[in-house]
Write a protein of this length. Structure first.
Length: 148
């Protein structure tokens, strides 16, 4: 078993002057996933496969897959094509509020708190600051939306 993760090994190789990389795709397309897996099998490397929040999310995305479904699909294809699960790295791209845009944020206490957390790290706008110019705290956000 390797002492370091595959991506850490790549960084070490690159810093040593050895050209190194990984096949990385962001797609839920079965054809793209199979091609990426076959490339990793052919080259004896790992593969990084991601899906976007629109493709795969807790509501099923436009593919109808939730994260566990996507994981199971990719790992099943990898096994069928001869790539060990240890050489598959899964990821998510564009994760964030995109999957919740149609949700009523005023009814979700956790989403209001998340929204506050994101906004508090972004450049300030008048609507996001309290009387002193400081970022509104979650309790203030909840109070202002009628949930507290």
């Amino acid at each position: 078993m390797q002492d370091t993760h595959y991506l850490q090994q790549l960084v070490k190789q690159q810093k040593s002057g050895i050209p190194s990389g990984i096949c990385s795709v962001c797609s839920s397309s079965p054809f793209v996933i199979d091609a990426a897996i076959l490339q990793a099998v052919k080259t004896g490397t790992s593969v990084l496969i991601e899906a976007t929040a629109n493709q795969v999310n807790q509501f099923g995305g436009y593919t109808g897959m939730k994260p566990a479904d996507f994981r199971d699909h990719v790992l099943s294809r990898a096994a069928e094509l001869g790539l060990p699960a240890e050489r598959v790295i899964l990821g998510g791209d564009h994760l964030g509020p995109v999957a919740w845009q149609k949700q009523d944020l005023r009814r979700s206490i956790s989403m209001r708190a998340c929204r506050w957390a994101v906004r508090s790290r972004c450049p300030r706008r008048k609507s996001q600051t309290g009387p002193s110019g400081s970022a509104k705290r979650p309790r203030e956000v909840l109070r202002n939306t009628g949930a507290a």
